[in-house]
Design a protein around this ligand. Structure first.
Ligand code: FDA
Length: 403
């Protein structure tokens, strides 16, 4: 018989959500055990934001939640986001003297290193002891059998057994398996009767095949564009890669894209391209389409697009109709990606544990008292730019206050 350790709360997963839940519960005087199969805490935090952790976005608020968090229930995230705001996390960061800056579009990054965020969260877990609680960690600990006896959850790990009235699933989604990411949360959710919204990779580069494959010649070229899918559009940088398209604008639109869908790229976001080409024809009739595009785009991109438009001669040689057609293409160049780079390169996972079965105030399963689901494991996925960490913090706090 394994030795049994009794806790108030067992948290599976020491990522952003699990750590935030642990420190919140610990500081409320709870005895908490965090179990993770990784060698240490916050592995994704450490590599996030190119090592500087884009730890929140000032716009990750209830006002924008419906638009900027994708979920089968677009209202679900509002309660937690409303109670633990970007400002709350900023105050915590400030209280540790961690310097940060806004890069763009409300995205806040550490000036120094993402490690400072992990150290801050671990120190806050330690601080529980001064407040009557305790947070213990078990790393290098694959989780074994989990059971519920009607009032208490039992978790096997490392040949030990831990028991607690509250069990928190914070094991994230399957994005970046080589970092230890797994679909464990979904299996466990199913075990306890929770529905799973089909997961798929998101914030992920898209791959090009067919005729679009020619664009791979542009590998390494980036440009500010508007990437569009249906009515959704993002104006940011796009990057051509040796397999397809990446860059923030494309990563954002990938969360809306489904196999077979078209993605439109506006290569001239500051121009109404048909009108602009016609006015260029009047102003510089001897210019070619390439030299015209050269004035507003990088040389390689201008050349590639001019080749594909195949308008021979100078602007004066083109009919207005032809130029308007070329302009329309430049305003919304249609790509039909043949796939994505998948979980290996996806920053997050869409879908996951359905919010239907969870309380939006506490993240507790409605039909399994004491079972909580937080962070990326849940069917709530934010835009690029700090939205996903804010969801991890906010959902972690919501559960941490209830366990
Ligand atoms: P997270 O995945 O962080 O943690 C889950 C934990 O559970 C891990 O520690 C894992 O080891 C553990 N685990 C998994 N399966 C287990 C099992 N079977 N047994 C035991 N333990 C298990 N977001 C953002 O807002 N700003 C940013 O700058 C970035 N940057 C970024 C870069 C890259 C490369 C990636 C991949 C992702 C980002 N993100 C991001 C997204 C962000 O990292 C993500 O949304 C959060 O880390 C999710 O936090 P969670 O705690 O829910 O899961």
């Amino acid at each position: 018989m394994a030795i049994s350790n009794n806790y108030d709360v067992i948290i599976l997963g020491a990522g952003g959500a699990g750590l935030m839940c642990a420190l919140t519960a610990g500081q409320r005087g709870r005895r908490v055990l965090v179990i993770d199969h990784a060698t240490g805490p916050g592995k994704k935090i450490l590599i996030s934001g190119g090592g500087r952790c884009n730890f929140t976005n000032v716009n990750a608020t209830t006002v924008h939640a419906q638009e900027r968090y994708l979920s089968a229930n677009s209202h679900f995230s509002k309660s937690a986001l409303g109670r633990y705001t970007p400002q709350d996390f900023i105050e915590l960061v400030r209280s540790y003297g961690i310097a940060f800056h806004e890069k763009t579009l409300g995205q806040l990054f550490c000036d120094g290193s993402a490690r400072q965020i992990v150290e801050m969260l671990m120190e806050e877990c330690d601080r529980s002891q001064t407040l009557g609680g305790r947070v213990d960690f078990a790393f290098n600990s694959p989780v074994g059998e989990i059971s519920h006896d009607g009032s208490v959850y039992h978790v096997m790990y490392n040949g030990l057994r831990a028991s607690a009235a509250s069990l928190v699933i914070a094991t994230g989604g399957p994005s970046i398996p080589k970092m230890g990411a797994t679909a464990f949360a979904y299996d466990l959710g199913r075990q306890f009767g929770l529905k799973i919204i089909e997961p798929r990779p998101a914030l992920v580069p898209l791959t090009l095949g067919g005729d679009d494959v020619l664009f791979r010649e542009l590998s390494g070229v980036s440009a500010e564009v508007v990437a569009q899918h249906g009515k959704t559009a993002f104006r940011e940088a796009a990057l051509f890669t040796h397999r397809g398209l990446s860059g923030p604008a494309v990563l954002q639109i990938s969360s809306y894209w489904r196999p077979g869908d078209r993605v439109g790229i506006d290569f001239l976001p500051d121009h109404d391209a048909p009108a602009w080409l016609l006015s260029e024809k009047r102003a510089r009739p001897k210019a070619t389409i390439k030299s015209t595009l050269d004035r507003v785009l990088s040389a390689r991109l201008a050349e590639a697009l001019a080749d594909k438009l195949a308008l021979h001669g100078n602007l004066a040689d083109q009919s207005d109709v032809k130029l308007a057609e070329a302009g329309a293409l430049l305003d919304c160049w249609p790509f039909v990606p043949n796939g994505s780079e998948g979980y290996a390169k996806a920053e997050v996972t869409l879908g996951g544990i359905s919010t239907d079965g969870l309380s939006q105030q506490t993240m507790e399963a409605k039909k399994m008292p004491g079972l909580f689901c937080i962070g990326e494991a849940v069917d709530v996925t934010g835009w690029l730019g700090g939205y996903n960490f804010q969801w991890a913090w906010a959902s972690g706090v919501a559960a941490g206050e209830a366990v």
